[in-house]
Design a protein around this ligand. Structure first.
Ligand code: C2O
Ligand code: CU
Length: 547
């Protein structure tokens, strides 16, 4: 195993992710940030220098469990203090498991501003994936707004509320086309045909393939808002990995991917090699006002400039939730994967609601909308600083008379920074309960992401979770993941073993939702965590403590 060193500088810079010039967050002058490629067992060391002039920064390594290094999780106010302008912070952690991951900013809404990149961990030397492929591509998916992230944040926290709206563009590896389309003649708007020389930074990255080979596509979504569907014209995909865990292979024509998720699919190039094929990405779960992102699967015998004469794959209707559920429910762990404990020690039921607080729009969990404290929990819990955050524990359940099918009779929520204290080495079940939002007959998709652990997804259900529903749980081969979606008006059941001392966020991965309070904090024996670098705690009430 190797130690891999990186020296990164985060800054605002000009870019044109969708061919229109805007300010974007970059690392070492690149957007998206550099790809980290490592082998399982390696240690990653990133010296991150904050070159922003007036704001802090942190980077979260999404999907890396940070076993034994909770202070390197990169969550502002939770695992560390934001790195101040001009300062450097050293992230040092082990990538213990192969898989497709990514990293992103976890302070304010810096992910929306473009602070993200790929993190790919290959099998350790001498080990093999349980499937074969000849070559691979990496597709990091995101969404992009022309409004600055500061304007977005202010709008979301204003009264009256100003929604950020739908993204202007979808990006594949940081590239999209706002003012033109590769398939203009198939579009019903008057958008013009894109013409590229090939070296424009917003030109699509063409997937150049040879016939009769197997390709692995690594696909990860770091969107701020959009749920996506990916399809490749004329080609089936076989899903083999989800969030760094092997799954029982299954074939699909298209795949839904929510923010925070990653997949690997295998693709056989067994079609007519004298043609090119569309790769399309479209919006799901919200009435889309954003054009599909397009690129090409281009066979070696065919120049990439030869566009298909056919229509790009049509994204399933945005509210065709049966299609989404069918895909999500066909994901099972590969045989031989770790199985969940058969019973749980504690069950936490989390009701997801949209609320108001003095007229401001919020999201709340069991009627608490999360606000982060100025002193990171990891330090305040370690040092027993009881006035650093709300000492009141948020509830493990909600009022059983609450009707999840209707807007709340009392829309008001409370706000808090309390934590769920989880006992080390216990098994925790979390039931995520969706509900009606503020508007009548509206319930949205929320992809929930857990830091520091994977969980087993035991099952999904419609309506309110009730006693007896646990009989439907899959305890045999549930998939292990770090992100799971709740469907409108439904519930999702998760199980995890609390085996990683630290303080961990568990939240909706839709960035504006988290910004509006949609998350909880799990604290696990944080008073026992040793060796926290003092730079991680050099703020708030821990500012003058020594480790
Ligand atoms: Cu990828 Cu807490 O997020
Ligand atoms: Cu959400």
């Amino acid at each position: 195993a190797k130690v891999r060193h990186f020296k990164w500088e985060v800054e605002y810079m000009y870019g044109a992710p969708d061919c229109q010039e805007h300010v974007v967050m970059g690392i070492n002058g690149q957007f998206p940030g550099p790809t980290i490629r490592a082998k399982a067992g390696d240690t990653i060391v990133v010296d991150l220098t904050n070159k922003l002039h007036t704001e802090g920064v942190v980077i979260h390594w999404h999907g890396i469990r940070q076993l034994g290094t909770p202070w390197a999780d990169g969550t502002a106010s939770i695992s560390q203090c934001a790195i101040n302008p001009g300062e450097t912070f050293e992230y040092r952690f082990k990538v213990d498991r192969p898989g497709t991951y990514f990293y992103h900013g976890h302070y304010g809404m810096q992910r929306s501003a473009g602070l993200y990149g790929s993190l790919i961990v290959d099998m350790a030397d001498g080990e093999k994936e349980p499937f074969h492929y000849d070559a691979e591509f990496n597709l990091l998916l995101s969404d992009w707004w022309h409004k600055s992230v500061h304007e977005q944040e202010v709008g979301l926290s204003s009264n009256p509320f100003r929604w950020i709206g739908e993204p202007q563009s979808l990006l594949i590896n940081g590239r999209g086309q706002y003012n033109c389309s590769l398939a203009a003649k198939f579009s019903n708007s008057s958008i013009s045909q894109c013409k590229f020389e090939g070296n424009e930074k917003c030109a699509p990255q063409v997937l150049k393939v040879r016939p009769n080979k197997t390709y692995r596509l690594r696909i990860a979504s770091t969107t701020a808002l959009a749920s996506l569907n990916l399809a490749i014209e004329g080609h089936k995909m076989v899903v083999v990995e989800a969030d760094g865990n092997h799954v029982q292979p299954f074939a699909v024509n298209d795949l839904d991917i929510y923010s925070g998720e990653s997949y690997s699919v295998l693709l056989k190039t067994d079609q007519n090699p004298y043609k090119n094929y569309w790769v399309s990405i479209g919006v799901r779960g919200r009435d889309p006002k954003t054009n599909q992102a397009l690129t090409l699967l281009s066979y070696s015998a065919t120049p990439a400039s030869k566009l298909p004469t056919t229509q790009p794959p049509v994204t399933p209707r945005w509210d065709d939730y049966n299609h989404s559920k069918a895909f999500t429910k066909s994901i099972y762990a590969l045989m031989g994967s770790p199985q969940p404990p058969k019973t749980y020690d504690r069950r936490i039921i989390l009701l997801n609601t949209q609320n108001r607080l003095n007229g401001f729009v919020k999201w709340a969990i069991n009627n608490v909308s999360l606000v982060l404290p100025s002193t990171p929990y990891l330090g305040s819990i370690k040092f027993g600083l009881n006035n650093a955050f709300d000492q009141k524990t948020p509830p493990d359940n909600y009022d059983s008379s609450y009707d999840i099918m209707k807007p709340a009779p009392n829309q008001n929520t409370t706000q808090g920074s309390g934590v769920y204290t989880i006992t080390l080495n216990t098994t925790v079940d979390v039931i995520l309960q969706n509900a009606n939002a503020l508007a009548k007959d509206v319930s949205e998709i929320h992809p929930w992401h857990l830091h520091g652990h994977d969980f087993w997804v035991l099952g999904y259900g419609e309506g309110k979770f009730k006693n007896g529903d646990e009989k439907t749980f899959n305890l045999k081969n549930p998939p292990l993941r770090n992100t799971a979606v709740i469907f409108p008006f439904g519930w999702t059941a998760l199980r995890f073993v609390a085996d990683n001392p630290g303080v961990w966020a568990f939240h909706c991965h839709i960035e504006p939702h988290l910004h509006m309070g949609m998350g909880v904090i799990f604290a696990q024996d944080a008073h026992r965590v040793g060796q926290i670098p003092k730079e991680a705690l050099a703020c708030g009430l821990t500012g003058n403590k020594q480790n």
